[in-house]
Design a protein around this ligand. Structure first.
Ligand code: PLP
Length: 456
């Protein structure tokens, strides 16, 4: 019976669903790779009852783990009371207000006002609009351009897509916003003014110079780049960018969609470097994925400038401040605090990095284990000393992903640039020591199987 249902679902999926970030041709021929049925803590089960460790918290978002009954209950209760009401025309609701208070109690500095969205892309599009609107209010309406970083991922709505610095996403369907420019990431010395650096032209500072400071509204960065391959910036990078933006009168937007609410072992990614951005985009971990919700949190001077306008703010989503999503968000943040999950992510992340050290010693092609908290990754390079990368046929990252999947661990691989083979590991924040050990041992077995297959 189960197999029959599974077969039918797979066939119907093939016929009727266009999947995001999936090869449509592959899906049309083969159907979905896994049909999930239920989740429990760190684990997720398919319809054949195969059990997988969710090694990337699905899309880095299921922070409190699967099957959390408290979140299900709060959603049930809120839906019975008031499932939905709008925030247009000044309408409000209790969960939205309480969640805004909670979020702003966690954010650093005077990031004290919240605009609600339904997810990360909407948050970033909103942050761009608010940054541009802020400059209009300040009498600097020409400040429209947004500078983002290569390898950054900011979503797939038209503006967020252009901010995304991963070519395969940025180029998709050929549309775009010409006012959004990609700069080279993590060039600390250039951002501090090293004009003789060979890459200076393409740094954020070089880009501001080229575009003209009077045309630049904001710089957007992920504190730690996630979907670009888990890149932790050099130690003083974020501070250098903050200083640059202050000097040049440009707003700094932190995209905390992955990093926010504990993933990196701090409340927010920027806390690692002690900076306060002007605007912060959040989503994912705000509800641990139990409801669709995002937000832009802004500093007081921005909110004040926006509030000077008597006219309507001509921006808003049907699901801005969705009561059920906000009630889930509020309970989720309560669970993260009560269960001490941010400290736990910090400690478990350190254990994961120790495991990477062990793998680094064992496999010549394991390179640059890195991360903060439970946002971690490593490179696979055939010969790191000679910088010889694996060929596309050797498919290193995707082979390791498959080997891990066979052994019951779901992780992510990135190979969107020639020679790039990156693995990301980002399990739920509820992970315990034995879970981390199991993850490392499955990765170890998978690397070993791959290495044998290639005769490395
Ligand atoms: N920003 C970052 C850093 C992300 O990782 C993502 C999604 O992975 C987004 C924005 C886009 O969020 P969404 O998919 O909810 O629109």
């Amino acid at each position: 019976m189960k197999n029959q249902t599974l077969y039918t679902l797979a066939e119907l999926d093939k016929q009727h669903i266009l999947h995001p970030s999936t090869s449509p041709a592959f899906n049309r021929n083969n159907g979905p790779t896994i049909i999930f049925e239920r989740g429990e803590g760190l684990h997720i089960f398919d319809m054949d009852n195969n059990k997988y460790i969710d090694g990337v918290s699905m899309l880095w978002n299921v922070n409190v783990g699967h099957g959390n009954k408290e979140l299900a209950q709060v959603s049930f209760d809120q839906m019975q009371k008031l499932a939905y009401s709008s925030m247009f025309y000044g309408y409000s609701n209790e969960p939205a207000v309480k969640l805004a208070e909670k979020i702003t109690s966690m954010t650093p500095g005077d990031l004290d006002s919240v605009f609600y969205t339904s997810g990360g892309s909407e948050s970033n599009d909103t942050a761009f609009k608010l940054a541009r609107f802020y400059w209009e209010r300040k009498g600097l309406a020409n400040k429209k351009k947004i500078i983002s970083l290569k390898r950054g991922y900011h979503g797939v709505t038209v503006a967020a897509q252009r901010a995304t610095g991963i070519e395969v996403y940025r180029a998709f369907s050929g549309s775009g916003d010409p006012d959004i420019i990609n700069a080279e990431p993590h060039l600390t010395s250039c951002e501090l003014g090293d004009i003789n650096h060979p890459s200076y032209q393409n740094s954020i500072r070089g880009t501001i110079e080229r575009e003209g400071v009077n045309h630049v509204a904001a710089v957007i960065i992920e504190p730690i780049q996630g979907a670009g391959g888990v890149h932790v910036p050099p130690e003083d990078y974020l501070q250098a960018v903050r200083k640059l933006c202050d000097e040049q009168n440009i707003l700094l937007i932190a995209d905390e969609v992955i990093c926010g609410f504990g993933r990196t072992g701090r409340s927010f990614g920027v806390n690692h470097w002690d900076i306060v951005p002007d605007l912060m985009s959040v989503a994912k971990g705000i509800t641990s994925g139990y409801a669709q919700l995002g937000a832009v949190v802004m500093r007081t001077p921005i909110m004040d400038a926006i509030c000077e306008v008597p006219d309507m703010l001509a921006h808003g989503f049907t699901y801005s401040g969705h009561p059920t999503a906000c009630a889930v968000g509020l309970k989720n943040l309560e669970i993260i605090e009560r269960e001490n999950l941010i400290d736990q992510a910090d400690q478990m992340g350190k254990l994961l990095l120790k495991g990477f050290d062990y793998l680094n010693d064992k496999y010549h092609f394991f390179h640059n284990g890195r991360g903060r908290g439970l946002l971690t990754g490593f490179d696979l390079i055939k010969d790191p000393e000679q910088n010889i990368t694996f060929t596309p046929e050797e498919a290193a990252a995707m082979s390791i992903v498959e080997e891990c999947k066979k052994r019951g661990l779901l992780i992510r691989g990135f190979d969107f640039e020639p020679g790039m083979n990156i693995i990301a590991i980002a399990p739920p924040l509820i992970s315990q020591q034995d879970d981390i050990e199991t993850i490392i041992s499955i990765v170890d077995e998978s690397l070993s199987a791959y290495s044998k297959r290639l005769g490395l």
